[in-house]
Write a protein that binds this ligand. Structure first.
Ligand code: KG4
Ligand code: ZN
Length: 334
């Protein structure tokens, strides 16, 4: 069989990433250059700084991806590129690089939605079956997505305010934990116990999410305790926040599973790296033994280009193409 090799570029936020996937299966290289140590000084991603670092890094990361796989551009069949959603300046750098390569080497350009990448990252574990539910949880998204077939995305529920990853990051910031806050709260919550009570989240649509109330409750709680000079047990607060946030996610997922017919349930996005959420999702198997459940590998949860190459392989095969007039779409819908 002819080999199909897709090279993907992902620069939607603060990771400069290039990966190569062969035949929608084998990962030949996966380079992620993270800017976390720069942005952590500011407590969050600074868009202008992110764009500038992408410019500095993109050619180095690209060369490393090719040399790690022992390939040249002649061995590549198509270039997959994240064209949204994300930070406009960051997306733009990856898109310009992808277009330059497509033009110079005469390769097809395949547009990929960032969230499609997160969802299809699960294909590194096992084949996707439809109808599919995807629970997308990241720094910019919190969505329950239903796919009747490949690339047919229907959003069943979404957040009415903050994304769950954003809530993790903000709560962590108030607690004086390093950016990004998700991994820090995850670690801290492991040693926490049930001690503090936080209010229950309320939403109008039973499949929608809301995290700003919970986030504010933690911030107020923290401010109040500090004012009266009462010490807060950080691990217990991390535990209370995490149980409330993940409880909300799980409850909505169960409503969707019971209401819609699906064969397969996948977890997707940066927050999929959360150890407690992974445990809760795997345990869904006890309640729904007929549902196939997949969680993405740890290395493929936070932003990377391997997931874009995987989704890009499917998109290439389905005939999706972009012209050299492709531009960044920061609010691109699924
Ligand atoms: O998918 P991603 O890398 O970027 C976006 O597309 O947004 O997700 C980043 C988010 C951040 O908010 C980060 O705090 C969160 O994922 N995250 C976690 C964990 N690891 C990363 N949240 C909770 N627990 C974790 N272990
Ligand atoms: Zn992401």
């Amino acid at each position: 069989m002819e080999k199909l090799r897709i090279l993907a570029i992902e620069t939607s936020c603060d990771e400069t990433a290039v990966a190569i996937v062969e035949n929608g299966k084998t990962l030949l290289s996966n380079i992620v250059s993270s800017q976390i140590n720069v942005h952590s000084k500011f407590g969050g991603v600074v868009p202008e700084v992110a764009s500038r670092i992408h410019v500095e890094n993109i050619t180095v990361v690209l060369q490393e991806a090719l040399s790690n796989a022992n390939l040249t551009m002649d061995d590549i069949d198509a270039i997959a590129i994240t064209h949204g959603p994300g930070l406009v300046g960051s997306l733009h750098i990856g898109i310009q690089a992808a277009k330059a390569l497509a033009w110079y080497y005469g390769k097809p350009l395949v547009p990929v939605h960032h969230i499609a990448g997160h969802i299809y990252a699960n294909r590194f574990v096992e084949e996707i079956e439809y109808p599919l539910f995807a629970l997308v949880v990241s720094g910019g998204h919190t969505e329950l997505v239903y796919l009747k077939s490949e690339f047919s995305f229907e959003i069943l529920g979404t957040t009415q305010d903050d994304a769950i990853g954003e809530a993790y990051d903000k709560v962590a910031r108030v607690m004086g934990l390093p950016y990004p806050g998700g991994p820090a709260i995850d670690k801290l919550a492991k040693t926490g116990v049930k001690h503090y009570r936080l209010p229950k989240v309320k939403t109008e649509n039973d499949l929608d999410f809301s995290f700003s109330g919970l986030k504010s409750a933690v911030l107020q709680f923290y401010a109040q305790k500090t004012k009266i000079k009462e010490e807060v047990v950080p691990s217990d607060l991390a535990y209370a926040f995490q149980e409330a946030a993940l409880g909300e996610i799980l409850q909505k997922s169960k409503i969707a599973i019971e209401r819609f017919n699906a064969k397969h349930f996948v977890l997707a996005g940066g927050v999929a790296a959360n150890s407690r959420l992974r445990e809760l999702v795997v345990n869904l198997k006890d309640d729904y033994p007929h549902l196939k459940i997949t969680i993405p590998p740890m290395w493929c949860c936070t932003d990377n280009a391997a997931m874009i190459a995987m989704a890009g392989t499917l998109a290439f095969t389905a005939g999706h193409r972009a012209g050299l007039d492709l531009s960044a779409d920061p609010g691109l819908e699924l």
